[in-house]
Design a protein around this ligand. Structure first.
Ligand SMILES: [Zn+2]
Length: 406
């Protein structure tokens, strides 16, 4: 028998299969400890981090804790585990915070009590991003138990605050000197149900807060005021048409393959039918292909808005949130090839590189020029009531993760 056949034998998958019950237990326990940001009514990740740290320590892994106090005084906890002396590290980065449960009446079971049925594990944060958290730590456990010879160092990052912008998660951690420029990063925070797509690019994301100020008056005497709502509608319609017209490039790797400009949230204005509103505030969510600079989009929006002065209203445009698109990860990079090879070996599936509307923490690594892919085998149920993870996906993704290192 040739040597390469011996080394190609997968000793890790049977180990992970054996952990299945334990993985379900750990996930269930984790779900019972909420980790919601104060902005969404929670108290941060520290209790959940305590639990996960104890699990990792139980595997015999050294962990490092990075706790940051946020503006509300809540402790936002991140855990870093490193193993192996190999210089180049593959990091698996998942987030331990979740969104809130939302409308409880829409849940069939308690969102903070795991419910297993039909091969699915239900609970808030089971899919986003619990499946990845559990898969990554049990991949590590299998690598330790197998005593496999490692080609890459193992890095597990369980991070805070992803749902609200990563201020106390990845953005802080990137300043701690943990992550190497030459390391490689897997972010399992997006995926398709068959695991056949790997995300290598994200669009730029620009949220606009648009405020139109006119003059409030009685609805029977509109000539004495300036209806802010009327000009808001006109402006939104004009922006909708002109932004789509001007930024019309197509790039087939993205889903959808073009930039999107959507009017979304609208603040309440007046509470009587017979009052003409003096102010109106609306929001747009823009997802822009990397071909265009967000600065350019912003100044185009401002130039259109300036045209409304002639109607006697003032328009203010505020970039409410913005994340410029980072350079995509090369489809022929070591990481994309490695992941493709392991998925093909374990599942016989050929992966397709794609770009998405964003945004995951991958963009922060890509901004630093680091090779980063977003991949997992995932149902599209994040943030929904009755969110669930398919147990087989959690187990099978752990097999892929562990195989990346050998
Ligand atoms: Zn997520």
């Amino acid at each position: 028998m040739r040597a390469e056949n011996v080394s190609a034998r997968d000793v890790l998958s049977p180990l992970i299969e054996k952990y299945k019950g334990e993985m379900i237990d750990t996930m269930s326990h984790m779900i019972s400890i909420p980790a919601i940001s104060p902005e969404s009514g929670g108290s941060g990740e520290s209790k959940r981090a305590d639990f996960l740290e104890s699990i990792l320590k139980g595997f015999g892994v050294e962990t490092k804790r990075f706790d940051y106090k946020d503006e509300s005084g809540a402790v936002r906890s991140n855990i870093i585990a490193r193993y192996g002396s190999t210089k180049k590290v593959i990091w698996i980065v998942s987030h331990i915070d979740t969104v809130s449960a939302g409308d409880l009446s829409l849940w069939n079971t308690d969102p903070f009590k795991a419910h297993v049925s039909g091969g699915k594990l239900y609970g808030r944060g089971s899919c986003d991003n619990g499946q990845a958290v559990i898969a990554s730590i049990y991949a590590l456990k299998a690598l330790l138990e197998s005593k496999a010879k490692l080609k890459y160092g193992i890095g597990i990052a369980l991070v805070a605050d992803e749902e609200i912008g990563s201020t106390y998660g990845i953005k802080k951690l990137l300043g701690e000197g943990i992550f190497g420029k030459g390391d490689m990063y897997v972010v399992p925070d997006w995926g398709t149900p068959d695991g056949s797509k790997v995300e290598v690019a994200e669009k730029g994301v620009l949220w606009l807060k648009i405020k139109v100020t006119g003059k409030q008056t009685h609805a029977s005497t509109p000539e004495q005021g300036a209806n802010a709502y009327r000009y808001m509608i006109r402006l939104l319609n004009e922006l909708d048409e002109r932004l789509h017209e001007k930024y019309n490039n197509k790039n087939p790797i993205f889903e959808p393959p073009f930039s999107t400009f959507e009017m979304t949230k609208r603040e309440p204005n007046v509470d009587s039918v017979n009052i003409i509103p003096g102010t109106d505030v609306s929001f747009m969510d823009c997802r822009v292909l990397p071909d265009y600079a967000l600065d350019d989009v912003l100044s185009y929006v401002n130039s259109i808005a300036a045209g409304y002065a002639k109607y006697g209203v003032k328009v203010e445009i505020e970039p409410y949130s913005r994340d410029d698109a980072a350079r995509p990860t090369d489809m022929n990079s070591e990481l994309v090839k490695l992941l493709a090879a392991k998925i093909y070996k374990l599942r016989g599936v050929k992966i397709t590189p794609v770009g998405i509307g964003g945004g995951t923490v991958a963009r922060y690594f890509r901004e630093g020029g680091m090779q980063t892919v977003v991949w997992s085998t995932l149902e599209d149920v994040a943030h929904e009531p009755n969110e669930y993870a398919i147990i087989e996906n959690m187990v099978n993704d752990a097999k892929v993760f562990s195989n990346l290192y050998v």
